[in-house]
Design a protein around this ligand. Structure first.
Ligand code: TTP
Ligand code: MG
Length: 364
């Protein structure tokens, strides 16, 4: 057995709710239980947010167009999402996490990392904490989740996905090396579809293949991320579980040189703002499901109006059409405006961005 190394001393848990939106819908409507359902995707040209495990047997997946889901599973039931219900469950599970540790880093509504190295119940075995959390979540929400336990974020995250649903997977320090070697590159968190394909073309199909590459070559091929790949291939991931302020939105706004009142005056300004806004989202590699238009009137009243989709809105034309719809719908609400802004919220990656914000705010 390998001696435990310095970077293997923490105890990290990753929790991820099972078929989250779909399970909440089945919980709240008994008629849907045991049935193949998809949340979202029912409207024309809509895409599903997720599918119940019954529907997944037919191959229905997240982000699949509704018509495709119906082709695969003709008896599928489409349900409209109820984000308030999902947010409420999210609040409940975060409250449970905080009974064990304050080092909780949510990644989205349904998943979070917990650092339980030093925990509030003085339990030395992280697996026991994961078992308790799973029980608590079931008791309070009547929902199941899957947990991964290991010494770093990467392994905890990958582990939680291995025995879904209602799973608990532990990767101990001495198991890490062989686990990663056998892990398919498609299961590596942080290696997306595009990079994954590129790697496969270069003969990297699993962790063992990845480990054969020198750091220099990985960085040359994949840029800065190459460093991360080099390290995780060796089970080294020192990223901290960060519970500090999370970034909830990306916003851009402009105070106008002079107050503007008509559609014709405002629209070229909005047009330019949209281009800058899309550019910012692209640079941040972060997108929101919600786009908001902010207007400050000549007498300093704030008008904030938003539209939300079930998916992350990335496309310039789509953002443009949302922003202009919001403007048109509010033209009657002001005499003139002195400021105009756009915000993306319900972000894809709430956390990493937040970390940057916090660090910046500490630079004096
Ligand atoms: P996931 O945790 O990725 O998926 P899941 O909880 O539905 O299923 P699993 O058991 O495999 O964890 O996402 C959590 C929720 O986020 C999901 O229920 C719906 C939403 N979501 C989207 O809206 N769009 C997407 O593309 C994905 C992947 C998820
Ligand atoms: Mg989930």
């Amino acid at each position: 057995m390998n001696p435990q190394k310095d970077h293997q001393k923490r105890k990290i848990i990753h929790i991820d709710m099972d078929a989250f939106y779909a399970s909440v819908e089945q919980r709240d409507n008994p008629a849907l239980r045991g049935k193949p359902i998809a949340v979202g995707g029912g409207e024309s040209r809509g895409v599903t947010t997720t599918a119940s495990y019954e529907a997944r047997k037919f191959g229905v997946r997240s982000a699949m167009p509704g018509f495709k889901a119906r082709q695969l599973c003709p008896q599928i039931i489409f349900v409209s999402p109820r984000f308030d219900a999902y947010r409420e469950v999210s609040r409940q599970i975060r409250e449970i996490f905080r009974n064990y540790t304050d080092l909780v880093e949510p990644l989205s509504l349904d998943e979070a990392y917990l650092d339980v190295t030093d925990n509030k119940i003085s339990e030395p075995i992280a697996t026991n904490i994961a078992i308790e959390i799973k029980k608590e979540i079931r008791k309070k929400t009547s929902l199941s989740c899957s947990a991964g336990v290991s010494y770093c974020k990467f392994l905890a995250k990958v582990a939680s996905d291995i025995q879904k649903p209602d799973g608990l997977t532990v990767i101990k320090p001495h198991q890490a090396e062989s686990f990663i070697e056998g892990l398919s590159i498609t299961k590596f968190f942080g290696i997306g579809k595009v990079t994954g394909r590129k790697m496969q073309m270069k003969g990297i199909h699993n962790g063992a293949d990845l480990k054969k590459w020198k750091r220099f070559d990985l960085v040359r091929e994949f840029g800065k991320a190459g460093d991360y790949y080099y390290n995780i291939a060796r089970g080294i991931d020192r990223r901290k579980v960060n519970n500090s302020m999370t970034r909830k939105s990306i916003a851009i706004e402009r105070t106008l040189k002079e107050n503007l009142s008509s559609y014709d005056e405002i629209s070229p300004v909005l047009e330019k703002l949209i281009i800058l806004f899309v550019e910012r989202l692209r640079k941040a590699e972060n997108y929101g499901r919600t786009v908001s238009l902010k207007l400050k009137t000549h007498d300093f009243k704030i008008i904030n109006r938003s539209q939300t989709h079930h998916y992350y809105i990335k496309d310039h034309d789509e953002i443009r059409s949302m922003a202009f719809q919001l403007l048109e719908a509010n033209l009657g609400s002001f005499e003139s405006i002195r400021l105009i802004g756009l915000t993306a919220s319900n972000l894809e990656k709430e956390h990493e961005e937040g970390l940057q914000d916090v660090q910046l705010s500490f630079q004096f």
